[in-house]
Design a protein around this ligand. Structure first.
Ligand SMILES: Nc1ncnc2c1ncn2[C@@H]1O[C@H](COP(=O)(O)OP(=O)(O)OP(=O)(O)O)[C@@H](O)[C@H]1O
Ligand SMILES: [Mg+2]
Length: 384
């Protein structure tokens, strides 16, 4: 027999023995069985009715054993009861149950039949229950997945429509701006350097530049560059984000912690390193901004491994100890232009969301239990 099978056989046997002699079995089956036997052996032959009662009392521990450990428990108890009762029933050397021999024999047979039938029923019921629990778990996982996909689709739809509109507007603004800047520069060249109109034209050109830059940013948001996905080690991306954010964090009184990766497999994914760095950096900066009113706190980055159905998944978590996000805002923070900050564009998280999509990732957020902060998770399928 191969070594592995021998070991698993031994382990199976040990686990069977453990369940048959569990504290519950000892209390509800083994001890009562021994007590009944003791009483039985000590009862004189003249008390025939007591023998009748005691003989039937064995059914109780047998049924308890079958209910708690199924066929295995029931048969262990019925075999034990049969063996221990047999000398008292048929051999005169140890006192004797005065009952009819046929009745006593039938009783012993019945102990075992009852044990097998009750045990089989209990085992079947247990298997059914386990199957139902498994089905319920699968169903709830499927529902969760469906909800996730639905919200992703809604988000993607909103982003797509808004992106198209923004791109259109930004594009339309850029062309006239270009012409306006050109003409303003021609005018500036003909206005003497010391004339008051020259200063006005400089201001005019400066504002045109600022507007062009904003239009450019909106255009980048609306028409993002495609992801250049290559195999990468998530630890490197997280390391880069930590070094980019550390100086600002220190200034804000925030302690940045990158938890060491504890898994065995290299956290390798297929992704665009620059985009993923941008995503995590955005989230980290949001975290710093959220902790600013508290005058400091902790920003924790970690990488974990999970199983999402058949797929292996790596998850990067960025948590901060800032105030929780109110429930009504939690749904909206990924929406473009949703912001609670003075001077915020509200584009940060919607860009992150799009980057996650482009890299086949899923970005989610939750308030940590007990109001301990906010955690963003980016789940990415493992790459070969
Ligand atoms: N870690 C966080 N803790 C609490 N609230 C957050 C956190 N991250 C984001 N938010 C909320 O989500 C909103 C949207 O964030 P997003 O990054 O999209 O835009 P923003 O930070 O407001 O603006 P911008 O990114 O242009 O500076 C924020 O205004 C804030 O209310
Ligand atoms: Mg932001």
């Amino acid at each position: 027999m191969p070594e592995q099978r021998r070991v698993s056989l031994r382990e199976g046997l040990l686990s069977d023995l453990r369940s048959i002699f569990s504290p519950r079995m000892v209390l509800t089956a083994w001890i009562p069985c021994l007590l009944i036997t003791t009483l039985h052996y000590r009862t004189g032959a003249q008390h025939a009715w007591v023998h009748d009662v005691l003989r039937r009392l064995y059914y109780l521990p047998i049924l308890f054993a079958a209910f708690s450990e199924g066929v295995r428990g029931g048969i262990s108890l019925s075999a034990f009861a049969s063996l221990i009762y047999f000398p008292h029933a048929f051999l005169s050397i140890v006192g004797r149950d005065p009952g009819d021999a046929l009745e006593k024999g039938l009783e012993i047979l019945l102990y075992n039949i009852v044990a097998v039938v009750a045990g089989l029923l209990v085992d079947r019921e247990r298997r059914e229950r386990e199957k139902q629990v498994r089905l319920a778990q699968e169903l709830s996982a499927a529902l969760e997945e469906q909800q996730r996909i639905e919200s992703q689709l809604i988000r993607a739809g909103r982003l797509g429509a808004l992106g198209e509109m923004t791109a259109g507007i930004a594009h339309e603004i850029k062309n006239p701006l270009h012409a306006m800047k050109g003409t303003a520069e021609i005018l500036r060249d003909v206005v003497p350097a010391d004339a008051p109109e020259r200063r006005m034209l400089d201001l005019h050109i400066g504002e045109i530049d600022r507007l062009a830059q904003t239009a450019e940013r909106f255009l980048t948001f609306a028409r993002p560059a495609p992801a250049d996905r290559r195999p990468l080690d998530l630890r490197e991306v997280v390391g880069r984000v930590v070094s980019l954010v550390e100086t600002q964090a220190r200034k804000d009184g925030v302690n940045t912690v990158a938890l060491p990766y504890a898994g065995k497999a290299v956290p390798r994914v297929l992704g665009d390193a620059d985009q993923l760095t941008q995503l995590l950096l955005n989230i980290a900066i949001n975290g710093l901004q959220a902790m600013a009113p508290l005058g400091g706190g902790e920003l924790t980055l970690s990488i974990g491994r999970e199983r999402g159905g058949e797929k292996r998944i790596f998850v990067v978590r960025v948590a901060n100890t800032g105030p929780p996000i109110p429930a009504d805002q939690l749904e909206r923070i990924f929406d473009p232009f949703f912001t609670t900050k003075d001077g915020g564009t509200g584009l940060g998280l919607s860009i992150c969301s799009r980057i996650a999509d482009q890299n086949e990732g899923v970005l989610s957020v939750r308030n940590l239990p007990g109001g301990k902060g906010v955690e963003f998770s980016l789940a990415l399928p493992a790459g070969e």
